[in-house]
Design a protein around this ligand. Structure first.
Ligand SMILES: Nc1ncnc2c1ncn2[C@@H]1O[C@H](COP(=O)(O)OP(=O)(O)OP(=O)(O)O)[C@@H](O)[C@H]1O
Ligand SMILES: O=C(O)[C@H](O)[C@@H](O)[C@H](O)[C@H](O)CO
Length: 161
């Protein structure tokens, strides 16, 4: 979890490769209207996000019900969003929070190509973000490091929960 450009997809795919667990890109569950809205430079509202979070929660629940687990890339910016996911999951749910400075996030967003999310939305992402550090089941990893080191730190943190 974390704001746009923090590395959710990259780290999620890396954790999936290491653990053998399936990876789900949360952005793919956004309704097209949400993606169009963000692409046009307008931040999503709670009302835009609830149905999307419920889709993600249902996928996590299904994986756990079937005796498995799934790694999901999801911004989960507010406590109320994370609690919605926790309630939907029904089982245990851990969060890896990828934390970074405005400058580094901006730099990573600006350097990537072919992504719908404009850099102009980073400020609103950070304004909406409520840090999860201190909530149960949260591993916080600073993103100012090589991808491998971030994945390693996330793995270590998750194992220690
Ligand atoms: N540790 C890292 N070092 C250097 N570049 C990185 C690192 N982690 C991710 N990146 C790059 O930063 C960009 C953002 O990463 P990524 O797309 O994984 O973030 P994200 O949180 O999934 O973004 P979004 O939510 O906006 O889709 C990508 O171009 C990715 O290759
Ligand atoms: O809750 C949100 O505002 C969204 O999920 C965003 O975080 C983006 O979809 C994502 O970061 C892609 O850039």
């Amino acid at each position: 979890m974390g704001v746009s450009g923090c590395g959710k997809s990259s780290v999620g795919a890396g954790l999936s490769a290491r653990s053998g667990l399936p990876f789900m890109e949360g952005d793919r569950l956004h309704p097209k209207a949400n993606v169009d809205k963000m692409a046009a430079g307008t931040p999503l509202t709670d009302e835009d996000r609830w149905p999307w979070l419920d889709r993600i929660g249902a996928e996590i629940h299904k994986a756990q019900r079937d005796g498995g687990a799934v790694i999901v890339a999801c911004s989960a910016l507010k406590l109320s969003y994370r609690d919605r996911l926790r309630a939907a999951a029904g089982g245990s749910l851990a969060f890896v929070y990828l934390e970074g400075s405005f400058e580094l996030l901006k730099q990573r967003m600006a350097a990537r190509t072919g992504h719908f999310m404009p850099v102009s939305l980073l400020e609103s992402q950070l304004q909406t973000l409520a840090s999860p550090t201190g909530e149960p089941g949260v591993v916080t990893v600073n993103i100012d490091a090589a991808l491998d080191a971030i994945i390693e730190a996330a793995c270590r943190g998750l194992t220690a929960l």
